[in-house]
Design a protein around this ligand. Structure first.
Ligand code: TXA
Ligand code: MG
Length: 377
Protein backbone atom coordinates (compact mmCIF):
# COMPACT_ATOMS: atom_id res chain seq x y z
CA UNK A 1 0.00 0.00 0.00
CA UNK A 2 1.24 3.47 -0.90
CA UNK A 3 1.17 5.91 2.05
CA UNK A 4 0.28 9.44 1.00
CA UNK A 5 1.06 12.49 3.16
CA UNK A 6 -1.19 15.56 2.79
CA UNK A 7 -0.15 18.86 4.43
CA UNK A 8 -2.96 20.91 5.89
CA UNK A 9 -3.00 24.28 7.69
CA UNK A 10 -4.55 24.01 11.18
CA UNK A 11 -4.76 27.81 11.53
CA UNK A 12 -7.07 27.96 8.51
CA UNK A 13 -9.81 26.05 10.35
CA UNK A 14 -12.10 28.21 12.50
CA UNK A 15 -14.66 27.22 15.11
CA UNK A 16 -17.70 29.15 16.20
CA UNK A 17 -17.11 30.03 19.87
CA UNK A 18 -20.86 30.18 20.55
CA UNK A 19 -21.10 26.47 19.78
CA UNK A 20 -18.66 25.57 22.58
CA UNK A 21 -18.48 21.78 22.66
CA UNK A 22 -22.24 21.24 22.17
CA UNK A 23 -21.95 21.11 18.39
CA UNK A 24 -19.07 21.54 15.93
CA UNK A 25 -19.36 23.26 12.56
CA UNK A 26 -15.84 24.06 11.37
CA UNK A 27 -15.28 26.90 8.87
CA UNK A 28 -12.53 26.33 6.31
CA UNK A 29 -10.66 29.39 5.03
CA UNK A 30 -8.17 27.37 2.94
CA UNK A 31 -9.71 25.33 0.10
CA UNK A 32 -6.74 22.95 -0.04
CA UNK A 33 -7.05 22.04 3.64
CA UNK A 34 -10.78 21.48 3.14
CA UNK A 35 -10.30 19.27 0.09
CA UNK A 36 -7.61 17.18 1.83
CA UNK A 37 -9.84 16.61 4.83
CA UNK A 38 -12.68 15.68 2.47
CA UNK A 39 -10.35 13.11 0.92
CA UNK A 40 -9.56 11.75 4.40
CA UNK A 41 -13.27 11.64 5.23
CA UNK A 42 -13.98 9.46 2.22
CA UNK A 43 -11.45 6.91 3.47
CA UNK A 44 -12.88 7.04 7.00
CA UNK A 45 -16.44 6.55 5.74
CA UNK A 46 -15.48 3.57 3.62
CA UNK A 47 -14.76 1.70 6.90
CA UNK A 48 -11.86 -0.24 5.44
CA UNK A 49 -8.71 1.59 6.51
CA UNK A 50 -7.31 3.77 9.24
CA UNK A 51 -5.35 6.99 8.69
CA UNK A 52 -2.78 9.05 10.61
CA UNK A 53 -3.94 12.47 11.83
CA UNK A 54 -2.68 15.12 14.27
CA UNK A 55 -4.11 15.71 17.72
CA UNK A 56 -2.86 18.19 20.31
CA UNK A 57 -1.33 15.36 22.37
CA UNK A 58 0.28 13.02 19.82
CA UNK A 59 -0.63 11.82 16.31
CA UNK A 60 -3.53 9.36 16.23
CA UNK A 61 -4.26 6.37 14.02
CA UNK A 62 -7.96 6.83 13.38
CA UNK A 63 -10.83 4.78 12.00
CA UNK A 64 -14.57 4.73 12.63
CA UNK A 65 -15.36 3.42 16.14
CA UNK A 66 -18.67 2.05 14.90
CA UNK A 67 -17.47 -0.65 12.56
CA UNK A 68 -15.53 -3.87 13.25
CA UNK A 69 -13.62 -3.88 10.00
CA UNK A 70 -12.35 -0.31 10.38
CA UNK A 71 -11.35 -0.85 14.02
CA UNK A 72 -9.60 -4.08 13.09
CA UNK A 73 -7.52 -2.15 10.54
CA UNK A 74 -6.04 -0.13 13.43
CA UNK A 75 -4.96 -3.20 15.39
CA UNK A 76 -3.44 -4.70 12.26
CA UNK A 77 -1.58 -1.55 11.13
CA UNK A 78 -0.10 -1.00 14.61
CA UNK A 79 0.37 -4.62 15.44
CA UNK A 80 -1.52 -3.90 18.65
CA UNK A 81 -2.70 -6.70 20.97
CA UNK A 82 -6.49 -7.08 20.66
CA UNK A 83 -7.05 -6.86 24.42
CA UNK A 84 -5.74 -3.28 24.60
CA UNK A 85 -8.81 -1.03 24.15
CA UNK A 86 -8.96 2.20 22.14
CA UNK A 87 -10.03 5.76 22.90
CA UNK A 88 -12.95 7.11 20.84
CA UNK A 89 -12.66 10.73 19.70
CA UNK A 90 -15.76 12.82 19.03
CA UNK A 91 -16.13 16.38 17.69
CA UNK A 92 -18.92 17.49 20.04
CA UNK A 93 -21.28 16.40 22.79
CA UNK A 94 -24.15 16.24 20.32
CA UNK A 95 -22.16 13.84 18.13
CA UNK A 96 -21.41 11.67 21.19
CA UNK A 97 -25.13 11.50 22.02
CA UNK A 98 -26.33 11.05 18.44
CA UNK A 99 -23.81 8.41 17.39
CA UNK A 100 -22.96 6.47 20.55
CA UNK A 101 -25.06 7.04 23.66
CA UNK A 102 -28.54 5.49 23.72
CA UNK A 103 -31.42 8.04 23.51
CA UNK A 104 -31.98 10.06 26.69
CA UNK A 105 -28.74 8.78 28.29
CA UNK A 106 -27.06 11.41 30.43
CA UNK A 107 -23.33 11.70 30.97
CA UNK A 108 -22.79 10.92 34.70
CA UNK A 109 -22.91 14.14 36.75
CA UNK A 110 -19.39 13.69 38.14
CA UNK A 111 -17.92 14.33 34.70
CA UNK A 112 -19.80 17.55 33.98
CA UNK A 113 -17.45 20.02 35.72
CA UNK A 114 -14.43 18.22 34.27
CA UNK A 115 -15.81 18.27 30.74
CA UNK A 116 -16.76 21.92 31.09
CA UNK A 117 -13.23 22.81 32.09
CA UNK A 118 -11.06 20.55 29.92
CA UNK A 119 -12.97 19.70 26.70
CA UNK A 120 -11.96 20.07 24.02
CA UNK A 121 -8.59 18.92 25.28
CA UNK A 122 -6.22 16.19 26.51
CA UNK A 123 -8.60 14.49 28.97
CA UNK A 124 -10.16 11.07 28.38
CA UNK A 125 -13.12 9.78 30.43
CA UNK A 126 -14.71 6.34 30.79
CA UNK A 127 -18.45 5.92 30.12
CA UNK A 128 -20.53 2.73 30.52
CA UNK A 129 -20.97 0.50 27.45
CA UNK A 130 -24.62 -0.44 26.88
CA UNK A 131 -25.60 -3.97 25.78
CA UNK A 132 -26.87 -2.72 22.42
CA UNK A 133 -24.03 -0.23 21.88
CA UNK A 134 -23.33 1.14 18.40
CA UNK A 135 -19.60 0.95 19.18
CA UNK A 136 -17.54 -1.83 17.67
CA UNK A 137 -16.79 -4.18 20.54
CA UNK A 138 -13.21 -4.20 19.35
CA UNK A 139 -12.80 -0.65 20.69
CA UNK A 140 -13.53 -1.77 24.24
CA UNK A 141 -11.70 -5.11 24.26
CA UNK A 142 -14.26 -6.68 26.57
CA UNK A 143 -14.30 -3.86 29.15
CA UNK A 144 -17.69 -2.63 30.42
CA UNK A 145 -16.62 0.96 29.79
CA UNK A 146 -15.43 2.88 26.77
CA UNK A 147 -12.94 5.72 26.71
CA UNK A 148 -13.81 9.01 24.99
CA UNK A 149 -12.50 12.55 24.52
CA UNK A 150 -13.03 15.65 22.38
CA UNK A 151 -9.61 16.65 21.04
CA UNK A 152 -8.83 20.35 20.67
CA UNK A 153 -6.59 20.12 17.62
CA UNK A 154 -8.46 21.95 14.83
CA UNK A 155 -7.57 19.28 12.26
CA UNK A 156 -8.67 16.36 14.45
CA UNK A 157 -11.92 18.01 15.46
CA UNK A 158 -12.77 19.19 11.95
CA UNK A 159 -12.03 15.78 10.46
CA UNK A 160 -14.31 14.04 12.96
CA UNK A 161 -17.03 16.66 12.38
CA UNK A 162 -17.03 16.54 8.58
CA UNK A 163 -16.72 12.75 8.30
CA UNK A 164 -19.30 12.47 11.09
CA UNK A 165 -17.49 9.34 12.25
CA UNK A 166 -16.45 9.01 15.91
CA UNK A 167 -12.83 7.93 15.58
CA UNK A 168 -11.18 5.17 17.54
CA UNK A 169 -7.58 6.32 17.68
CA UNK A 170 -4.57 5.04 19.55
CA UNK A 171 -1.27 6.83 19.16
CA UNK A 172 -0.06 6.31 15.59
CA UNK A 173 3.21 4.55 16.46
CA UNK A 174 4.03 0.91 15.87
CA UNK A 175 3.29 -0.89 19.17
CA UNK A 176 6.03 -0.36 21.82
CA UNK A 177 7.64 2.58 19.91
CA UNK A 178 7.55 6.14 21.29
CA UNK A 179 4.33 7.97 20.41
CA UNK A 180 4.55 10.15 17.28
CA UNK A 181 4.48 13.95 17.61
CA UNK A 182 5.19 14.65 13.92
CA UNK A 183 3.70 13.25 10.70
CA UNK A 184 7.15 11.96 9.75
CA UNK A 185 7.19 9.75 12.89
CA UNK A 186 3.96 8.14 11.74
CA UNK A 187 5.41 7.65 8.27
CA UNK A 188 8.52 6.07 9.72
CA UNK A 189 6.55 3.49 11.72
CA UNK A 190 3.56 2.82 9.45
CA UNK A 191 4.55 3.53 5.82
CA UNK A 192 3.06 0.94 3.50
CA UNK A 193 0.53 -0.09 6.16
CA UNK A 194 -1.92 2.84 5.94
CA UNK A 195 -3.16 4.82 2.91
CA UNK A 196 -2.94 8.36 4.31
CA UNK A 197 -1.31 10.63 6.88
CA UNK A 198 -2.68 14.14 7.43
CA UNK A 199 0.25 16.38 8.36
CA UNK A 200 -0.88 19.28 10.56
CA UNK A 201 2.51 20.13 12.07
CA UNK A 202 3.85 19.17 15.50
CA UNK A 203 1.60 17.99 18.36
CA UNK A 204 1.82 20.70 21.01
CA UNK A 205 1.48 18.73 24.25
CA UNK A 206 3.77 15.87 23.26
CA UNK A 207 2.38 13.34 25.77
CA UNK A 208 -0.93 11.49 25.55
CA UNK A 209 -4.17 12.56 27.24
CA UNK A 210 -4.85 12.03 30.94
CA UNK A 211 -7.28 9.14 31.41
CA UNK A 212 -9.74 9.24 34.32
CA UNK A 213 -12.49 6.93 35.54
CA UNK A 214 -15.25 8.77 37.40
CA UNK A 215 -17.49 5.68 37.53
CA UNK A 216 -15.56 4.31 40.52
CA UNK A 217 -15.63 5.68 44.04
CA UNK A 218 -13.21 7.35 44.56
CA UNK A 219 -12.50 8.37 40.97
CA UNK A 220 -9.25 7.12 39.47
CA UNK A 221 -6.45 8.58 37.41
CA UNK A 222 -5.53 5.73 35.09
CA UNK A 223 -2.91 7.54 33.07
CA UNK A 224 -1.35 10.92 33.89
CA UNK A 225 -1.09 13.08 30.79
CA UNK A 226 -1.87 16.42 29.20
CA UNK A 227 -4.03 17.63 32.13
CA UNK A 228 -2.18 17.43 35.45
CA UNK A 229 -3.46 15.63 38.56
CA UNK A 230 -3.53 18.97 40.36
CA UNK A 231 -5.68 20.57 37.66
CA UNK A 232 -8.13 17.67 37.98
CA UNK A 233 -8.19 17.86 41.80
CA UNK A 234 -8.84 21.59 41.66
CA UNK A 235 -12.13 20.97 39.86
CA UNK A 236 -13.55 19.63 43.18
CA UNK A 237 -17.03 17.97 43.13
CA UNK A 238 -15.49 14.61 44.10
CA UNK A 239 -12.35 14.98 41.98
CA UNK A 240 -10.34 16.21 44.98
CA UNK A 241 -10.41 12.54 46.15
CA UNK A 242 -8.99 11.09 42.93
CA UNK A 243 -6.51 8.24 43.42
CA UNK A 244 -3.74 7.17 41.08
CA UNK A 245 -3.97 3.62 39.70
CA UNK A 246 -1.11 1.18 40.12
CA UNK A 247 1.31 1.06 37.25
CA UNK A 248 1.67 -2.61 36.39
CA UNK A 249 -0.53 -5.63 35.67
CA UNK A 250 0.07 -9.36 35.22
CA UNK A 251 0.04 -10.73 31.70
CA UNK A 252 -3.18 -12.64 32.52
CA UNK A 253 -5.07 -9.61 33.90
CA UNK A 254 -7.39 -7.66 31.61
CA UNK A 255 -6.10 -4.16 30.86
CA UNK A 256 -7.56 -1.85 33.50
CA UNK A 257 -5.07 0.93 33.42
CA UNK A 258 -3.96 2.42 30.15
CA UNK A 259 -0.64 1.03 29.18
CA UNK A 260 -0.10 -0.86 32.44
CA UNK A 261 0.42 -4.20 30.82
CA UNK A 262 2.35 -3.43 27.68
CA UNK A 263 5.86 -2.15 27.19
CA UNK A 264 5.61 1.38 25.94
CA UNK A 265 7.46 4.38 24.71
CA UNK A 266 10.70 2.57 24.11
CA UNK A 267 13.40 3.73 21.80
CA UNK A 268 15.78 1.03 20.57
CA UNK A 269 18.64 2.36 22.68
CA UNK A 270 18.53 1.57 26.40
CA UNK A 271 17.33 4.50 28.49
CA UNK A 272 19.13 5.20 31.77
CA UNK A 273 17.02 7.56 33.87
CA UNK A 274 18.57 9.83 36.51
CA UNK A 275 16.40 11.03 39.39
CA UNK A 276 17.39 13.13 42.40
CA UNK A 277 20.96 13.34 41.15
CA UNK A 278 21.52 17.03 41.81
CA UNK A 279 23.87 18.58 39.27
CA UNK A 280 24.39 15.10 37.86
CA UNK A 281 28.19 15.13 37.79
CA UNK A 282 28.84 12.27 40.18
CA UNK A 283 26.03 10.00 39.01
CA UNK A 284 26.70 10.54 35.31
CA UNK A 285 30.44 9.96 35.74
CA UNK A 286 29.81 6.75 37.65
CA UNK A 287 27.29 5.46 35.11
CA UNK A 288 29.56 6.31 32.18
CA UNK A 289 32.34 4.21 33.66
CA UNK A 290 30.04 1.18 33.56
CA UNK A 291 29.50 1.38 29.80
CA UNK A 292 32.91 1.62 28.15
CA UNK A 293 33.07 1.44 24.33
CA UNK A 294 29.39 2.36 23.98
CA UNK A 295 27.67 5.09 21.98
CA UNK A 296 25.89 7.13 24.63
CA UNK A 297 23.68 10.21 24.35
CA UNK A 298 22.89 12.62 27.18
CA UNK A 299 19.56 14.50 27.40
CA UNK A 300 19.61 17.17 30.08
CA UNK A 301 16.83 19.01 31.90
CA UNK A 302 17.11 22.04 34.17
CA UNK A 303 19.37 20.84 37.03
CA UNK A 304 22.30 19.07 35.42
CA UNK A 305 25.57 20.99 35.15
CA UNK A 306 27.84 18.65 33.26
CA UNK A 307 31.33 20.05 32.65
CA UNK A 308 32.67 20.03 29.11
CA UNK A 309 35.28 17.37 29.84
CA UNK A 310 32.51 15.00 30.86
CA UNK A 311 30.24 16.05 27.98
CA UNK A 312 33.07 15.16 25.60
CA UNK A 313 32.66 11.50 26.53
CA UNK A 314 29.17 11.40 25.00
CA UNK A 315 28.44 10.81 21.33
CA UNK A 316 25.59 13.34 21.54
CA UNK A 317 24.63 15.89 24.21
CA UNK A 318 21.23 17.53 23.85
CA UNK A 319 18.92 19.61 26.01
CA UNK A 320 15.48 18.06 26.61
CA UNK A 321 14.00 21.32 27.87
CA UNK A 322 14.11 23.86 30.67
CA UNK A 323 10.56 23.34 31.93
CA UNK A 324 8.43 20.24 32.38
CA UNK A 325 6.09 21.43 29.62
CA UNK A 326 9.01 21.85 27.23
CA UNK A 327 10.52 18.49 28.20
CA UNK A 328 7.16 16.76 27.64
CA UNK A 329 6.76 18.44 24.27
CA UNK A 330 10.23 17.33 23.13
CA UNK A 331 10.63 13.89 24.70
CA UNK A 332 9.27 11.48 22.08
CA UNK A 333 10.76 13.36 19.12
CA UNK A 334 14.20 13.50 20.76
CA UNK A 335 14.10 9.77 21.58
CA UNK A 336 13.27 9.00 17.97
CA UNK A 337 16.02 11.27 16.70
CA UNK A 338 18.58 9.59 18.91
CA UNK A 339 17.47 6.20 17.61
CA UNK A 340 18.27 7.39 14.10
CA UNK A 341 21.81 7.96 15.35
CA UNK A 342 22.14 4.38 16.60
CA UNK A 343 22.87 5.06 20.25
CA UNK A 344 23.47 2.15 22.62
CA UNK A 345 22.34 4.11 25.67
CA UNK A 346 20.48 7.34 26.32
CA UNK A 347 21.07 9.02 29.70
CA UNK A 348 18.11 11.23 30.62
CA UNK A 349 17.77 13.72 33.47
CA UNK A 350 14.36 13.14 35.11
CA UNK A 351 12.15 15.52 37.08
CA UNK A 352 10.45 15.18 40.49
CA UNK A 353 7.84 12.40 40.22
CA UNK A 354 4.95 14.54 41.49
CA UNK A 355 2.65 17.40 40.49
CA UNK A 356 3.39 18.64 36.98
CA UNK A 357 6.13 16.03 36.59
CA UNK A 358 3.89 12.99 37.03
CA UNK A 359 3.02 12.41 33.36
CA UNK A 360 6.56 12.99 32.11
CA UNK A 361 8.02 10.66 34.76
CA UNK A 362 5.37 8.03 33.96
CA UNK A 363 6.60 7.93 30.33
CA UNK A 364 10.27 8.14 31.31
CA UNK A 365 10.01 5.29 33.83
CA UNK A 366 8.28 3.12 31.24
CA UNK A 367 11.00 3.85 28.71
CA UNK A 368 13.78 3.30 31.26
CA UNK A 369 15.93 0.20 31.27
CA UNK A 370 17.49 1.34 34.55
CA UNK A 371 16.85 4.17 37.00
CA UNK A 372 19.70 5.73 38.94
CA UNK A 373 18.56 7.58 42.01
CA UNK A 374 20.48 9.25 44.83
CA UNK A 375 20.36 12.46 46.77
CA UNK A 376 24.07 13.32 46.61
CA UNK A 377 24.95 16.53 44.84
O1 TXA B 1 -3.71 11.50 23.75
C1 TXA B 1 -4.21 10.41 23.54
O2 TXA B 1 -4.96 9.85 24.34
C2 TXA B 1 -3.85 9.71 22.21
C3 TXA B 1 -4.44 10.57 21.07
C4 TXA B 1 -4.30 9.93 19.72
O3 TXA B 1 -5.76 10.89 21.36
N1 TXA B 1 -4.34 8.38 22.17
C5 TXA B 1 -3.78 7.41 22.91
O4 TXA B 1 -4.32 6.16 22.70
O5 TXA B 1 -2.88 7.61 23.68
P1 TXA B 1 -3.60 4.81 23.15
O6 TXA B 1 -4.41 3.71 22.59
O7 TXA B 1 -2.19 4.86 22.76
O8 TXA B 1 -3.80 4.81 24.68
C6 TXA B 1 -5.07 4.60 25.21
C7 TXA B 1 -4.97 3.88 26.51
C8 TXA B 1 -4.52 2.44 26.30
O9 TXA B 1 -3.43 2.19 27.14
C9 TXA B 1 -5.72 1.60 26.72
O10 TXA B 1 -5.32 0.49 27.47
C10 TXA B 1 -6.55 2.56 27.56
O11 TXA B 1 -6.27 3.86 27.12
N2 TXA B 1 -7.99 2.35 27.42
C11 TXA B 1 -8.78 2.71 26.39
N3 TXA B 1 -10.05 2.34 26.61
C12 TXA B 1 -10.08 1.72 27.79
C13 TXA B 1 -11.09 1.08 28.58
N4 TXA B 1 -12.36 1.02 28.18
N5 TXA B 1 -10.74 0.53 29.76
C14 TXA B 1 -9.44 0.58 30.18
N6 TXA B 1 -8.44 1.18 29.49
C15 TXA B 1 -8.74 1.72 28.32
MG1 MG C 1 -0.06 4.61 22.71
Amino acid sequence: MNTKILHVDPSSILFNKDEGIETCTPIFTDPKTKSYLDEASIILRSHKNCIGFPTETVYGLGASSLNDESVKSIYIAKNRPLDNPLITHVASLSQLHRKILPPSTKIPDIYLPLIKKFWPGPLTIFLPVEDDTTLSRLTTAGQDTFAVRIPNHPVARALIAISDEPLAAPSANASTRPSPTLAEHVYHDLQGRIPLIIDGGPSNVGLESSVVNGLTNPPMLLRPGGISLKQIQEVGHGWEDIVTAKKTANASEPVRTPGMKYKHYSPTAKVILFVKCGNGVKAVQEALSRYPNSKIALLTGSEFEIPETLQAQFAIVDHLGSSITEMAHNLFAKLRNLDKNDMDYIFIEGVPDAGEGLALMNRLSKAAHETISNDSK
